[in-house]
Structure formats: structure tokens, C-alpha cells
Design a protein around this ligand. Structure first.
Ligand code: PLP
Length: 456
């Protein structure tokens, strides 16, 4: 086998990649035919590929590189930690400083009485933890029959069996015989696609009341929790109507049902606050975290758990944990990431500079003939592509062709923007500057023009 390095010709790297590397959420044949783009290095919001192109990363990797690429402080901390204590676990009456310090820091940042942390290696693992944890919680309280978790269609909660079952992605369910038992899905608050003749506010209330109807149908005595992303990310950056979350709050108030906010995308500044729950004014019992926790520099996730839940769990052994729960290198890097976010006031930058600037530019995309609605909160946004704005029409089947073509045009124009069927989405690094936002919008507009020409 040849030594594989950055200096190899792109075509050879692509051939080896196609031969041996199975890519997530991808059609392997696509790589064989076209080859994957080889990303070589990155700085700030910019990626550089093996051909030397500079690509504006409008997705912060997978919604995770919140402080941007190239922060050598994180590399230094990782190297230091690896030299001192590269690994030890936190099972069986042991602990270490990175896990102690990170859990204490998260307890300080999280709202209300969310002040205990159970670590995992990813968001999916953390949601698996949540599923097991809420069932164990009710069982410990003498109510083992409270095992049903309510979630929403088109939610994304990860790729493990538990995460994918909690999620409401039908194509994922179809490939794996999912969901596992005792997961119930209600509708999503996606007014553009599903709101019919209702106003957004009416629709928000109607969709929230599906939760109430499900509780009545299944019985409160059977329901452990309701899980939701504050703002759906992978489902297409669906920003719910303003009426939605207050109604959900009303429905859960006074009911014995835990609220799990999946903050894997919304957490760590994405919506202009530390957590999306704060942007919405909700107080969950458990929050799922990952991604921006370490800005993607190390794989780490977790569940931030309220005193109420932690107190019950403390009485009994919770037979659950991962080899890498609270991994010292990942925890040290996450802590350094949070230090940088605080010291450089990254969330103030989102709230005061980047988000208002991006909002104005993003909303101006609705002037493009292909764009129906434009939605945005903080630094996560989406546009709906449509052949007819007035009727909010969808493109002729198969859904996603217009989105795919637009994504390809963005890629060719050195902008990473993702599509979810015919919705285009962005979530750039939080440190993006106004002049970089201008470039993002310019390239998006050009790509939409090119896409429209191909769709005719
Ligand atoms: N939850 C949400 C809301 C996510 O967006 C994701 C990933 O995109 C996950 C969970 C799963 O996280 P991971 O890919 O780290 O397992």
C-alpha cells in the first residue's frame, strides 16, 4: 500500500476513498462516480481542499465548529492533557479534573436547576442515555409503566437505535425496522410545508395540541417524557410559529411528564444564548448536548440533568455508561472551548453583530424567484425553494431535486450550504464576520440563479 499523505494527487485519494471508506448518509456509488472532495485544512470559516480552493463553510462542519477552525489553543490543551492523563474512566468510584471541571462549568452555564452532567461521546449516545435515564427515573419512583417517550416527525435525535427511534426521520425508520417500542411521534410545526390554510399562529397551536391529544390517548400514567429540539435543525431548520412553544409549555405544566430539550445544535450560542431553551423561555428537565460543546474539536456529548431527576437517580445504580464518558482529553478541550467563547464574548458577537446582519441579508433572499419563505434564529437559517410562492407549492416529485441541484451549485461556487429535500439550510461558525456573510449571500444568490436555469 502506498503511504497516503496530503501530497498525493486528488484523484488517487478519491479512488482509495471510494474503494475503502464508507461515508455516513451517502450513496457509496456517488463517490465511485464523482469522488469526494478532499478537505485539507481550515481557518476561521474557510476550508481549503486538495486543489487549493477556499470554501466558505456555511454549515460549521456539521453545525459544530462554533468558534471556527484553526484555534491552536485547543490543540495545545489536548496535547498537554494527553501527556498528563490521556485516559481514565469515571466508573467505579474514580474521577479526574477535566470531568469535574467541565461538569461544574456546565452546571454554571445551564439554566435553572440543570446542574448534573452525564457524559457521552456524541449526541446520539447522549439521547440513548436520556431514553434509558427517563425510564429508570420513573421506575425508581415506582412507576415502571411510564415508559413512552413522545417525539416529533422530522425531528433528528441521532443515528443509534435509540437516537434514530426518538427521531422522526421516516427514511431512517424504514431502513432499520424502527422505531423501537414505546416511542410515539406527533406532527412537526412546519407551517410552510404542512400549515394548509391556517395562519402560522393557528397552526402552531394546532401542532402543539397534538401533544395534548397524544397524552390523552396514551394516558399520562404511561408517558415518561416529551423530547424536542428547541428549533429543529436537520429536519430543515424549522422555526416554529411563535404560538407553538408557549402552548407546549401550557400542556406540560402540572403534568408528570419530563421535558428533554435536545440542544445538540441549539446549544452553545447558536441561537444567540447559551442554550436554545433560553431563547424560547423553556425550562427542560434534561438537555442533550454535543457538537458546539467542544466546537467539534473532540467528540463529546452529554446530558445535563436537573436536580429533581438527579436526586431520584442517585438512590439507585444506573446500569449505563460508555468507555469514553467524560474522556479527559475531550473534556479538557471542551472546557478550553467554553473559556474562549466566554473570554471572546462569542455569544455577544452572535447576538449583537452576526445574527442581525445575517437576518437582514438572509431575508432578502426571498426576493429571488426560487425562494418562498426565509427563516432564521441566531445563526441557523433556512429558505424554502418553491415553483410558486403564493401557493407555497412543492416541486413535482421526487422531492429534493431542486435542493440537491442548488446544493451542488453552492458546492461548485465554493459555499457549503446543505439541503433537506427542497429547503436550503445554513449554520455558519459563530465567529463569522459581516464581510464573510456578504460573500455567503452573494454565492447563495448566484447558486440559486444557476439552479433556476437548470430547473427550467
Ligand atoms: N440531536 C440533534 C438535534 C442533532 O442535530 C444531532 C446531530 O446532528 C444529534 C442529536 C446526534 O448527534 P451525533 O451526530 O453527535 O451523534
Amino acid at each position: 500500500m502506498p503511504t497516503i499523505t496530503n501530497h498525493m494527487p486528488t484523484a488517487e485519494l478519491q479512488a482509495l476513498d471510494a474503494a475503502h471508506h464508507m461515508h455516513p448518509f451517502s450513496t457509496q456509488d456517488g463517490f465511485r462516480k464523482k469522488g469526494a472532495r478532499v478537505i485539507r485544512s481550515a481557518e476561521g470559516v474557510w476550508l481549503t481542499d486538495s486543489e487549493g480552493h477556499r470554501i466558505l463553510d456555511g454549515m460549521a462542519g456539521l453545525w459544530c465548529v462554533n468558534i471556527g477552525y484553526g484555534r491552536t489553543e485547543l490543540a495545545d490543551v489536548a496535547a498537554r492533557q494527553m501527556r498528563e492523563l490521556p485516559y481514565y474512566n469515571t466508573f467505579f468510584q474514580t474521577t479526574h479534573v477535566p470531568a469535574i471541571a467541565l461538569s461544574a462549568k456546565l452546571a454554571e452555564l445551564a439554566p435553572g436547576d440543570l446542574n448534573h452532567v452525564f457524559f457521552a461521546g456524541s449526541g446520539s449516545e447522549a439521547n440513548d442515555t436520556n431514553l434509558r435515564m427517563v425510564r429508570h427515573y420513573w421506575s425508581s419512583l415506582g412507576k415502571p409503566e411510564k415508559s413512552v417517550v413522545i417525539s416529533r416527525l422530522n425531528a433528528y435525535h441521532g443515528s443509534t437505535l435509540g437516537g434514530a427511534s426518538l427521531g422522526g426521520m421516516i427514511p431512517m425508520h424504514e431502513q432499520g425496522g424502527l422505531p423501537i417500542p414505546d416511542i410515539h411521534h406527533i406532527g412537526q410545526p412546519n407551517w410552510w410545508a404542512e400549515g394548509g390554510d391556517m395562519t402560522p399562529e393557528e397552526f402552531g397551536i394546532a401542532r402543539a395540541r397534538e401533544l395534548e391529544a397524544a397524552i390523552e390517548e396514551i394516558g399520562e400514567d404511561r408517558i415518561a417524557a416529551f423530547i424536542a429540539e428547541p428549533f429543529q435543525g436537520a429536519g430543515g431548520v424549522i422555526i416554529p410559529p411563535d404560538s407553538y412553544w408557549p402552548e407546549i409549555k401550557r400542556i406540560l405544566e402540572g403534568r408528570d411528564i419530563l421535558l428533554i430539550a435536545d440542544e445538540v445544535i441549539c446549544g452553545f450560542g447558536r441561537t444567540g444564548n447559551w442554550f436554545g431553551s433560553q431563547t424560547l423561555g423553556i425550562q427542560p428537565d434534561i438537555m442533550t448536548i454535543a457538537k458546539g460543546l467542544s466546537s467539534g474539536y473532540q467528540p463529546i456529548g452529554g446530558s445535563i440533568v436537573s436536580s429533581k431527576v438527579a436526586k431520584v437517580l442517585a438512590e439507585d445504580e444506573f446500569n449505563h455508561g460508555y468507555t469514553y464518558s467524560g474522556h479527559p482529553v475531550a473534556a479538557a478541550v471542551a472546557l478550553e472551548n467554553l473559556r474562549i467563547m466566554e473570554e471572546e464574548r462569542v455569544i455577544d458577537h452572535v447576538r449583537d453583530v452576526a445574527a442581525p446582519y445575517l437576518r437582514e441579508k438572509w431575508e432578502s433572499l426571498t426576493e429571488h424567484p426560487l425562494v418562498g419563505e426565509a427563516k432564521i434564529v441566531g445563526l441557523m437559517g433556512s429558505i424554502a425553494l418553491t415553483p410558486d410562492k403564493a401557493s407555497r407549492a412543492a416541486f413535482a416529485a421526487p422531492a429534493g431535486t431542486a435542493g440537491f441541484i442548488t446544493r451542488e451549485r453552492c458546492f461548485a461556487n465554493n459555499l457549503i450550504m446543505r439541503h433537506v429535500y427542497d429547503r436550503m439550510i445554513i449554520a455558519p461558525p459563530l465567529v463569522i464576520r459581516p464581510e464573510e456573510i456578504d460573500i455567503l449571500i452573494e454565492r447563495a444568490w448566484q447558486s440559486l440563479d444557476e439552479s433556476m436555469a437548470r430547473l427550467k
